[in-house]
Every structure is written in structure tokens, then in C-alpha cells.
Design a protein around this ligand. Structure first.
Ligand SMILES: Cc1cc2nc3c(=O)[nH]c(=O)nc-3n(C[C@H](O)[C@H](O)[C@H](O)COP(=O)(O)O)c2cc1C
Length: 392
């Protein structure tokens, strides 16, 4: 595995030497970027000797006559980036898109998992601005390990101690071991809300934003999949796809999926599909006046219909949003719809960056999701999907 190690200016930087050494000893390739701060704590010489590989500093960023800018070349190289230790200053820059040095510019251009291992004093970790930046970064899909409670460099005890090198390496290998798992697999991901026309100008829709679909697509691409996005009404820009279809009404969505799902390996229905549509569409723009009565009829259950022709090696995942009896209703839906897994979640997930509920599998597993970012959920869900693919 190719690991790009970023080292920023914390006293915990001495532990990054152990990370570089252990990764190299286990056969991984490690290139290192030392920030201006990081260089004050460890030397390029010691890291380059241990990794037998390149170590870059700020001076390299500004060298003239580079054919491809160094940060672009470095961004194309690794399977994973790990920044250990990650300072408050670095996290702040990353959270706000400030790419004024080699490490932040490289990460800005990367499409691989990025693991961050913060290290700082408890007072810094507890500060509102830092916590706000950590939340932002999690929403953007950055992974975190630690910090943990323990002895700090000042001799105090508290939260802020960087995770231990062995634990960081274990997580690096888990996150970076991506490419192979879904390589060559076609993953169809539907997301956003549906829209049903009432008259020429009005629609009935729901609060789905499409954020879940973007996080799922990102993870699927990290795992090497060919991602086919089927997008309804969204509040976010669709990203991380190889092919894209737009399908706003339930009928269009149904027709689109009927065409593409037979050739897919995985289908994830994260779209919030309307359960009802107006009976007939009114002509023109209905004028203001008396109370307007619109009659609705049930829409077809797309997932149930698709499941009837599901091939044994295909994996179908549904989402079930319930306002009461979450587990009971979601299990019932999983059986009725004939899917392999269902993500049972509450209405609070709609349009939100966080999600709570359960991942349920047909084999009876019940994995609780306790206020995870949609990126974190995507990692767990694809781990399960990969496990199922491996069993077939
Ligand atoms: C002795 C010393 C120890 C430091 N330890 C930390 C630390 O553990 N965590 C942190 O966030 N900042 C720490 N700092 C502050 C950072 O080094 C400083 O914010 C620097 O600008 C970080 O730059 P960088 O993130 O680009 O490496 C420390 C500074 C000094 C002088």
C-alpha cells in the first residue's frame, strides 16, 4: 500500500517516526510531508532513512521548473493519506479550504481516504472553534482516530493524546485497503427526493437533500467501484460518479432503474421516493381561490418490483425512514421488499449531515448507528457490502 504521511508541528511528532518505521517494515511504501511546524520537531533525515523514500518540506513546494506541480504529483500517488500528528492549526486550515502549504494543497487535490490523528492539549481540543472544525471535517468525509485521554507533554492528564502508532497503522491499513474490493463492480446509487407534478408549476416533494448519496458515492469510488448515480431533486451538487441519470418522478426513476439495474452488482436506494402521487395532473397554473383539494394515489414500490428480478449475486440495499416503531417496521420492509440490507433511520436524518438508526441484514444482524456522519455510515455499510460480495 502507498501511504502518504503528513507530520505537523506537535510534540507528538516523535511518534510519527514509529509510524513511518512500522509501515515500512511491514512492506508498505511511505512518502512523507513535513509541514513548517513538523520540521521543527523531527528531521527529514531520520524519516527518509527509515522509510527509504522521499520526504518533502515547504522548500520543495516552492521549487521552480516542476513539470507537474509537486502537490498534484503527490496527490495522485497514495492509496491513503494519514496526518499524524494533526495540529489545531492544520485542522483549521483543512476545514476551511486554506491550501497555503504543501500538505494542505496535496490533500485539497486528493480523492483517496484521509485519516487525521489530532494531538494537542485538552484546552485546545475542547475549544469551540476546534470542535467546530472537527465537525466540519467529519462532514466532508475526513476520518479521525483519537485523540484519547492520557498523559500529555506538559505532564497533565486529559483528552488530547495522539492515538498510538500501532492503532493508527491498523486504521490506515483498514481504510487504505480499498481499491481492490469493488474494482470492476457496478454500483447504482439513487439519491435525492422525488418530485410529482400537481399542475404546470407546482410539485410535491420531500426534504431529502442528496447528502447521503454523495457520501455513499465517494466511498464506492474509493473502493474502486464504477458508480452510476441516479439523482432526483437534490440540494447538493452530485459528485463522485462515472455515469449519471436524472430522474425526478417516481415513474422516471422506475423506468431508469429497470434499464440499468439488471447489469449492476450493487443497488443502493438512498433516494426518498414518494409514497404518493397526485391523481392526474392539473392543466396550467391553478388559480388562487377556493380551497384546493388534491387527491393522491399510492406510487409503485420500485425496490419491491426490482427485487423480483434480482439475481443471486446482486446486492440490494434499501433505506427505511420511520417516525415510529423503527426496528419493527424496517424489518418488515426488508422482508417485503426482498432486499439484502436496510438502513433504518429517523426523519431527523433528512437534509442533515448526521444519521442515527440501524443497519439491518437479512441474516438478522442489527448494527446500531449512533449519530454518525453520513460518510462514517458509508464506510460501515460498504464494509458489510464487501463482506457479502466476498461470501458469494
Ligand atoms: C513546543 C511546542 C509544542 C506544540 N505542540 C502542539 C500540539 O501538540 N498540538 C497543536 O495543535 N499545536 C502544537 N503547537 C503549536 C503548533 O506547532 C503551531 O500552531 C504551528 O503553527 C503548527 O503548524 P503546522 O500545523 O503547519 O505544523 C506546539 C508548539 C510548540 C512550540
Amino acid at each position: 500500500m502507498k501511504v502518504l504521511l503528513g507530520v505537523t508541528g506537535s510534540i507528538a511528532a516523535y511518534k510519527s517516526v514509529a509510524i513511518a518505521r512500522l509501515l515500512t517494515k511491514s512492506g508498505h511504501e511511505v512518502k512523507t510531508i513535513l509541514t513548517r511546524g513538523g520540521k521543527n520537531f523531527i528531521s527529514s533525515l531520520s524519516i527518509s532513512n527509515l522509510t527509504v523514500n522521499d520526504v518533502f518540506t515547504e522548500d520543495d513546494f516552492w521549487l521552480p521548473n516542476q513539470k507537474v506541480p509537486l502537490h498534484i504529483e503527490l496527490a495522485r500517488w497514495p492509496d491513503i493519506v494519514v496526518v499524524a500528528p494533526a495540529t489545531m492549526h492544520f485542522l483549521g486550515k483543512l476545514a476551511h479550504g486554506l491550501a497555503d502549504d504543501l500538505l494542505t494543497s496535496t490533500i485539497a487535490a486528493i480523492d483517496k481516504p484521509v485519516l487525521l490523528a489530532p494531538a494537542m492539549h485538552t484546552e485546545m481540543w475542547d475549544s469551540r472553534v476546534l470542535q467546530d472544525n472537527v465537525t466540519r471535517l467529519k462532514i466532508f468525509g475526513y476520518e479521525f482516530i483519537g485523540p484519547y485521554e492520557g498523559e500529555l507533554s506538559s505532564g497533565d492528564r486529559g483528552i488530547g493524546r495522539m492515538a498510538e502508532p500501532e492503532d493508527i497503522i491498523e486504521r490506515v491499513i483498514q481504510l487504505g485497503n480499498t481499491e481492490r474490493i469493488l474494482r470492476g463492480k457496478k454500483v447504482v446509487i439513487t439519491y435525492g427526493g422525488t418530485e410529482e407534478e400537481i399542475d404546470d408549476v407546482r410539485v410535491i416533494t420531500n426534504k431529502s437533500s442528496g447528502k447521503m448519496g454523495i457520501s455513499l458515492s465517494r466511498r464506492a469510488k474509493e473502493l474502486g467501484a464504477h458508480v452510476i448515480a441516479v439523482v432526483g431533486r437534490v440540494e447538493v451538487q452530485p459528485l463522485y460518479y462515472d455515469e449519471i441519470y436524472y430522474a425526478k418522478s417516481v415513474d422516471t426513476l422506475s423506468m431508469t432503474l429497470e434499464e440499468i439495474v439488471p447489469n449492476a452488482d450493487v443497488l443502493i436506494m438512498a433516494a426518498a421516493v414518494s409514497d404518493f402521487k397526485p391523481v392526474g395532473r392539473m392543466e396550467g397554473k391553478v388559480k388562487r381561490g377556493e380551497n384546493l383539494i388534491v387527491e393522491f394515489e399510492p406510487t409503485e414500490d420500485i425496490l419491491k418490483k426490482l427485487s423480483k428480478n434480482k439475481k443471486p449475486d446482486q446486492i440490494f440495499v434499501g433505506f427505511a425512514l420511520e417516525s415510529k416503531n423503527l426496528l419493527e417496521n424496517a424489518i418488515k420492509k426488508m422482508k417485503e421488499k426482498g432486499v439484502d440490507m436496510i438502513v433504518a433511520n429517523y426523519a431527523t436524518a433528512m437534509g442533515n449531515d448526521f444519521i442515527s438508526g440501524y443497519i439491518l441484514t437479512r441474516e438478522g444482524e442489527k448494527i446500531p448507528i449512533e449519530t454518525l456522519t453520513k460518510s462514517e455510515l458509508s464506510i460501515i455499510l460498504f464494509d458489510k457490502i464487501a463482506e457479502k460480495i466476498g461470501q458469494r
